[in-house]
Design a protein around this ligand. Structure first.
Ligand SMILES: [Zn+2]
Length: 161
């Protein structure tokens, strides 16, 4: 069993989030239609890291990438559907999934803890493959003074849109 770095722990606000709180938000922003939508779609690539959930919502033909952040019980999210309102049904679906099936979310902090046991050659091999297919990530290795990685990722997202 690997010990997680404390900064990689899932925050309490997420762990404490309950079904009825998501239902309440659902009622506020979509008149409660989010639940039926959640039950009709598939969630994939669901993962959690500290105060952030992300995942893919939809089916094979049509899906959206969702990212949700919880800060002091305030829920905010972004979604590739590009709907102008802040909380769309895809965001609600991922929230329902978290409170119903949170155990199925991949805990990134736990994976990071496992990386500490990878040997050097294995890490280089994995990183090389990541960079081959995502050359845009090279900046992360060779650019100095990259202070805010979340900001960096937001920029990448904007480039794609
Ligand atoms: Zn959406």
């Amino acid at each position: 069993m690997t010990e997680k770095n404390s900064k990689d722990q899932i925050v309490k606000d997420l762990l404490d989030l309950r079904f009825d709180q998501v239902e309440e938000l659902d009622r506020e922003v979509s008149e409660g239609q989010g639940l039926a939508y959640y039950e009709s779609v598939q969630i994939s690539r669901a993962n959690v890291y500290r105060n952030t959930l992300s995942g893919r919502v939809g089916d094979l033909a049509e899906y959206y990438d969702v990212r949700i952040t919880v800060h002091r019980q305030q829920i905010s999210g972004t979604c590739s559907c590009g709907e102008s309102r802040e909380i769309c049904r895809h965001i609600l679906a991922l929230l329902y999934s978290w409170v119903q099936d949170g155990k199925d979310f991949i805990d990134i902090g736990e994976k990071i803890a496992q990386l500490q046991h990878f040997d050097h050659d294995r890490l280089i091999e994995v990183i090389s493959n990541i960079l081959r297919f995502n050359p845009g990530l090279l900046d992360l290795f060779f650019e100095k003074d990259r202070s805010d990685w979340d900001e960096w990722y937001a920029e990448q997202d904007n480039d794609l849109n």
